[in-house]
Design a protein around this ligand. Structure first.
Ligand code: FE2
Length: 199
C-alpha cells in the first residue's frame, strides 16, 4: 500500500444556475483586458442572493464538515467578480492573494470552452523536485504536476487560494461566463494553540 500524505483539496459540486442569473450579469459594467473581461463590481454576489446563498452553504459545508474547521471561525466571501471569455480568450497562471479559499462558479460554458488547470508549482516538494525529474510512463497523484477539470454550467470549484491555476483558451463560439470569489476567515482564531488573533 501507499499512504498519500498532505494532499491538496479541490472541491467540486454542481449547484445549478438559478433563473435570472444571466439577466442580472447583463446589467453589469465590464472592464476589457487583453484576454478576458471582468466586471467592475467586486462584490457581485451581493446582486445574486440565490447564487450567494448556494455558494456560502457549500463553503460552510466543505470547510466545517469535511475540512473540520471550527464553526467559531467565520467564513466570509470578501470579494466576488464575474469573468467572461469570448472565443480565443484565456486566463494565465495565477493564484489569489489576501484570501484563504478561492472558488470559481460556472454560469455558461460547454465542452469546447476549456478546462481549469491546477499546477503543483516548482516549490512544492512532495516526491520529486525539478532538479531531477525521473522519466515516467504515466502519472499518479503523488507525481502529477497538473490536474484539470472540465466544468459544466453550475459547476462550483473551490481550493486553497495559493493553488496556482489557469483557464484554458475558449475554443467555443459561445462565451464562457463564471464568477470567481475569495473567502477569508474572521473571528478569534488560534485560541487552542496559543497564538490567538482576532480578525
Ligand atoms: Fe483565479
Amino acid at each position: 500500500m501507499m499512504h498519500e500524505l498532505f494532499p491538496t483539496p479541490v472541491f467540486e459540486e454542481n449547484i445549478g444556475v438559478p433563473e435570472g442569473t444571466l439577466s442580472i450579469l447583463d446589467t453589469m459594467e465590464w472592464d476589457r483586458f487583453e484576454t478576458k473581461s471582468i466586471t467592475k463590481e467586486k462584490n457581485i454576489l451581493n446582486f445574486l442572493p440565490s447564487v450567494y446563498n448556494r455558494i456560502q452553504k457549500q463553503i460552510e459545508d466543505w470547510c466545517y464538515n469535511t475540512l473540520l474547521i471550527k464553526t467559531t471561525n467565520e467564513l466570509e466571501i470578501v470579494r466576488s467578480w464575474a469573468a467572461s471569455h469570448k472565443t480565443g480568450d484565456s486566463c494565465d497562471w495565477h493564484s489569489h492573494t489576501n484570501a484563504v479559499m478561492s472558488g470559481v462558479y460556472y454560469i455558461m460554458c460547454n465542452p469546447d470552452s476549456g478546462r481549469l488547470f491546477f499546477n503543483k508549482g516548482a516549490h512544492y516538494q512532495n516526491c520529486f523536485v525539478p532538479t531531477l525529474e525521473p522519466d515516467t510512463v504515466g502519472f499518479v497523484p503523488a507525481t502529477a504536476k497538473q490536474f484539470s477539470i472540465l466544468p459544466e454550467p453550475g459547476t462550483l470549484l473551490m481550493f486553497p487560494s495559493q493553488l496556482v491555476h489557469r483557464a484554458e483558451r475558449n475554443q467555443s463560439t459561445n462565451w464562457r461566463l463564471c464568477i470567481a470569489y475569495d473567502v477569508f476567515i474572521r473571528g478569534r482564531i488560534g485560541t487552542d494553540h496559543g497564538n490567538e488573533v482576532t480578525l
